[in-house]
Every structure is written in C-alpha cells, then in structure tokens.
Design a protein around this ligand. Sequence first.
Ligand SMILES: NC(=O)C1=CN([C@@H]2O[C@H](COP(=O)(O)OP(=O)(O)OC[C@H]3O[C@@H](n4cnc5c(N)ncnc54)[C@H](OP(=O)(O)O)[C@@H]3O)[C@@H](O)[C@H]2O)C=CC1
Ligand SMILES: O=C(CO)COP(=O)(O)O
Ligand SMILES: [Zn+2]
Length: 353
Amino acid sequence: MFEKSTWIRLPRNVVVGHGVIDRVVDVVDDLHLQGRPLFVTSPTPKEVAADPIAADFEAAGVDPAVVTVEEATFEAVEEVIETAEAEEVSYLVGIGGGKAIDIAKMASHHLEMGFLSVPTAASHDGVISNRGSVPDGDTRHSVAAKPPLAVVADTEVLAQAPWELTTAGCADIISNYTAVMDWRLAKRLKDVEYSEYAASLSEMTAEILVDNADLIRPGLEESAWVVSKALMSSGVAMSIADSSRPASGAEHLFSHQLDRLAPGAALHGHQVGVGSIMTAYLHGGEDGIWRDIRDALNSIDAPTTADELGIDDETVLEALTTCHAIRDRYTILGDGMNERAAREVATKTRVIS
Ligand SMILES: NC(=O)C1=CN([C@@H]2O[C@H](COP(=O)(O)OP(=O)(O)OC[C@H]3O[C@@H](n4cnc5c(N)ncnc54)[C@H](OP(=O)(O)O)[C@@H]3O)[C@@H](O)[C@H]2O)C=CC1
Ligand SMILES: O=C(CO)COP(=O)(O)O
Ligand SMILES: [Zn+2]
C-alpha cells in the first residue's frame, strides 16, 4: 500500500528587484497581516534597512517594535521571543544577514507567528529556507522552522553591501556541488532520506550561478539579481527536502568547526567554499571537480586558501580532523580524517602551503 506523504512549505510572496524595500508595507497588506510587527535585525542592517522600513510603517500608522541581535545563538532566539511577548506583536520581520533572518525564523516558529525575510546581504542561502542554523557547545543544530511568508530582496540594497558578502553568497551556492555529493553518498551507504528533485535543484542552482559568473561583478546591481535568485532556489531545495542536506555537507561541517576554532575570522560562505574544494578532492581525487570548484570561486573573487580566509594552516587541519563529530550527518569524512590525510588534501588542493 502507498503510504507516503509530504508537506512542502514555501513563501507566498517573493519580491525581488530595484527599490522593493519600499514595498514591505504593501507586502504586509497583501498577506492581510494585522497588528504590530517586531523587527529582528543586527547593528548594520538596522541602519541600512530596518530604520527606513520602520519609517514607512510609522507613516502607515503602525509602530514597529525592534530588537537588535549580535549573534546567532539560542539565547538571542529567547530574547526575541521575550520581546515579542512583552511588546504584544503579531508577526516578525527579519532584516539583515543570515544571523538576523535565522533568529527571526526560529523565534517566529516558536511563537507560531508568521515572519517576513528582508535580506540586506546576498551572503547565504537561508533567506527563504525552512531551517535555522545555531551553534550549541560542541555541536551545531539545523533547527526545523517554517519558511517566511514573504521575502523582500532589494537588489539595490544588496548591491550596495560590501562585495565580500556577495562573494560569500556565491560560495555558499557553489558548495552545493559537494553537499549533494555527500547526500548521495549517505543515501548509498546509510540509506538516508533523499530527494532527487531537491538534489537536482540544488546542483542546477550552482551550475546556473557558475555559468553566469561573468555577470557577478562589484557594483553591478545585476549581480545581486543573479545571486539572489540562486540563494532563493537553493533555499527552496532545502524546503523541498525538509532538511539542509541539499546545501550542507562536509564543507559545512568544516565551516561550523572553524566558527568554533576561529570565531569571526571569515564569513560562512567563504569558509564553506574553501571546505568544498577539499571535500571535492576527497570525493573525486586528483581528477575530480575540485579544480572546477576552485576556479569558480576564483572567478567571483571568493577565497580559495587558508591565508585568504585569514585562518592559519594548523587551525584548518584541526577543523578538518574534528568536524565530522559536529553533528550526526554522514559525509565523505566518514568517522574522521587523521592528521596526515588532512594535511595531504589541504596541501594538494593548495588550501595550505
Ligand atoms: N538557515 C539556513 O538555511 C542558513 C543559515 N545560514 C547562517 O547564516 C549565517 C551567515 O550569514 P551571514 O549573512 O554571512 O552572517 P551575518 O548575518 O553575521 O552577516 C555578516 C556580516 O554582514 C554584515 N551586513 C549585513 N548586511 C549588510 C549591509 N547591507 N551592509 C553592510 N554590512 C552588512 C553584518 O553586520 P552586523 O555585524 O552589524 O550584523 C555582519 O557583520 C550563519 O549563522 C549561517 O549558519 C547560512 C546559510 C543557510
Ligand atoms: O548553511 C546552510 C546551507 O547553506 C545550512 O546550515 P546547516 O549546516 O546548519 O544545516
Ligand atoms: Zn551555508
């Protein structure tokens, strides 16, 4: 008897383009959201976007509450939940990079309220996804949540953000190649739940981005357009899979471990990009796709070495040899690499010298 079922949650409105930040109030109206919003933001995005959006709400007779978070932690999620309850808000708006959007997503899920996602940087593919990513001691949780009711991605705002944020978003997408390799491996070896549609969408997204690398240049608003579409598409793949598997494999474990060993040293997307070069080598050896991944990262100005990440070689090796233990997710790292093997892959791929 056929007993399968699935429930794929996706946003109702996705608004992308020049100047659309002025349309957040209209998007709220379109969704028939009533009452007071809570803006969840972080310091720079507050100035860049949350303050102007708040002025639009005030002009429309609505007084938003605002909470500014500094880090993606469970404590920050708790703080947002408490503020939402104290301020008696009825929905949330995440305005910022991955940190602010993840926290808004997880808090709104707990509060059983809707939320809107307003990215100020094209730096990560969590803009539209149904997951939050939070460090917790020695581990890193991929927290189930709901996707935003709507995304409002202003390409002018995204193009004016520092260029390295956009290259980080590109690298987060390019890392989908190895995330999918890991997922297929885990399917073959461990029979994990797998969706060919989600895997193919994730891979295709990386391919389209790489094919359009010529359009991705600093100061070019079209870059923000191309990258935003890829970030959304990758997020949809995660929502279809109901897992971050299509976009997070061993290269993400490596990055999560770097976050613990060298906090704040480099952007999430840049770390996963460098991790992806090495895990592609582990999958395919000398003739595998690791050079293609490195060339793609190079072509959009993303880091390809430990030095460019601003992280020393020994920390890279420590992350490589320990990151398999971060979470129970089978990848090419299996039950862990020893130090000699880690040094070999990092040296052969020129990540360390
Ligand atoms: N849920 C999911 O599916 C996914 C989640 N993630 C998560 O997202 C996070 C990474 O995202 P990322 O955006 O790199 O992290 P942050 O939100 O920390 O943003 C990175 C930096 O960009 C700054 N910034 C954001 N917008 C602008 C702007 N317009 N102008 C100038 N500076 C700006 C931030 O400023 P400030 O310091 O003031 O905040 C911060 O310093 C990680 O926590 C990662 O785990 C990543 C991918 C998928
Ligand atoms: O960053 C992600 C996808 O790009 C998802 O993060 P996790 O590794 O925490 O699932
Ligand atoms: Zn990522």
